[in-house]
Design a protein around this ligand. Structure first.
Ligand code: NAP
Ligand code: FE
Length: 367
């Protein structure tokens, strides 16, 4: 059997009302918190109110940085860190989708290492961290159980994972915060979780432990497929999707992701296609060229599907009309992808520029 390691140190508490039910836990983390969140959603879905209430109950002071945008940039992370340093905080609470959670991991590093700059996020060297809590409010990225923080680099015109691995100490999962989530965000984020399970299962780092989680995650996702198609977003569905997403995070924490994630970043950066949607658009064509056919079949079987066409039909029903791109655009994205060694090395076979180009071409609406 191949050698492997398994690491996922985040304590997970799951259930309706989980923050208030575990209010006393917050005392362990310090006397002043920095809350890192997006501009609007946490104020509307009840998550920020619940956090503020338990902080007040425990006599913990706080400051709020609520400027995290979708696909957070290095500049916003720097701004959040400068703010946090002035506020003299002891720990960080991230509330929101993958964007605030990822940004909070990087902000944490820059605050805990006073003299560091955003460039240090991409230099391998020991860095300190502050205690940190995650309250995910989307069910997609699984950032609450991964050590990754994917930030937009406008100079390089793409999104890049920082080199430091930062797991949250505690993840508080309450499906209630997702009840009013709009249809598009629900679907795009659910498809991100699916792509983590699929890609994670197929990378060279997949192992017994990650497979067990991935197969369970795919089973649970299969129970959500009908409701996703019918847009029947009940509490039970929200609960399952959140579990799928967190489990999928635990998978990619071990395995990483591969071609769809690497290729999707260009679609997000240049065409503003939501992250999960970008991965899902590329998924079928990626599965068609994957060399491990028996593992592709296992994925389909865990999803309760007979063949790849059925997965394609399911994805098409959720994705609707595909975005238009030009040949020159996808040639450029494919060329860039040939330099993305981090994602390419996770794929079990050599892929050519032509292979990558073909995946883009089959997945999008070529003009
Ligand atoms: P997101 O960018 O965090 O948020 C998308 C939108 O959803 C925002 O407009 C946000 O509003 C809104 N929103 C969040 N929670 C909501 C709720 N409960 N109800 C209604 N609206 C809500 O989306 P995401 O897909 O979760 O995160 C994507 C980011 O995560 C990308 O940068 C991606 O690269 C990264 N990612 C990270 C990992 C990892 O392992 N760390 C894995 C996959 C993807 P507000 O802005 O107002 O909050
Ligand atoms: Fe993702």
């Amino acid at each position: 059997m191949q050698e492997f390691q398994y690491l996922m140190p985040t304590k997970i508490l799951f259930g309706q009302g989980v923050i208030k039910k575990n209010a006393s836990l917050f005392k362990e983390y310090g006397k002043k918190a920095l809350i890192v969140t997006g501009k609007h959603s946490a104020k509307k879905n009840g998550s920020l109110d619940d956090i503020l209430e338990v902080l007040k109950r425990n006599g913990i002071a706080y400051s709020i940085f609520d400027e995290i945008e979708e696909n957070p940039s290095l500049e916003t992370v720097e701004k959040g860190a400068d703010f946090g340093k002035k506020e003299k905080i002891d720990f960080i609470i991230a509330i929101g989708g993958g964007s605030p959670l990822d940004a909070a991991k990087a902000i944490n590093l820059l605050i805990a290492n006073e003299d560091s700059s955003k460039e240090d996020l991409y230099i391998l060297k020991p860095m300190k961290t502050l205690p940190r809590i995650a309250v995910p409010t989307t069910a997609g990225t699984g950032s609450e159980t991964t050590p990754y923080a994917i930030l937009t680099n406008h100079q390089k015109k793409t999104k890049i994972n920082i080199v430091h691995k930062v797991f949250f100490d505690l993840a508080l999962l309450d499906p209630e915060y997702m009840m009013a989530m709009p249809e598009a965000i629900t679907i795009n984020t659910a498809l991100d979780a699916l792509s983590h399970l699929v890609e994670g299962y197929l990378t060279v780092k997949a192992n017994l432990f990650s497979d067990i989680w991935a197969e369970k995650g795919l089973n649970l996702f299969s129970e959500c497929m009908d409701a996703l198609k019918k847009k029947n977003f009940t509490y039970l569905l929200r609960e399952k999707l959140l579990l799928v997403s967190t489990i999928a995070g635990m998978v990619i924490a071990q395995t990483g992701t591969s071609l769809p994630h690497g290729m999707g970043y260009a679609l997000t950066y240049f065409h503003n296609i939501a992250h999960g949607r970008a991965n899902a658009l590329l998924m079928k064509a990626f599965l068609e060229i994957h060399p491990h056919r028996e593992r592709v079949d296992r994925i389909l079987s865990c999803l309760g599907l007979n063949n790849l066409e059925e997965l394609g039909d399911f994805l098409d029903s959720l994705l609707g009309e595909k975005e238009k791109v030009t040949k020159d655009e996808i040639i450029a994205y494919a060329q860039d992808m040939t330099f993305n060694d981090l994602k390419l090395k996770n794929h079990p076979a050599k892929v050519s520029l032509e292979d990558i180009y073909q995946i883009y071409e089959k997945s999008l609406n070529l003009q």
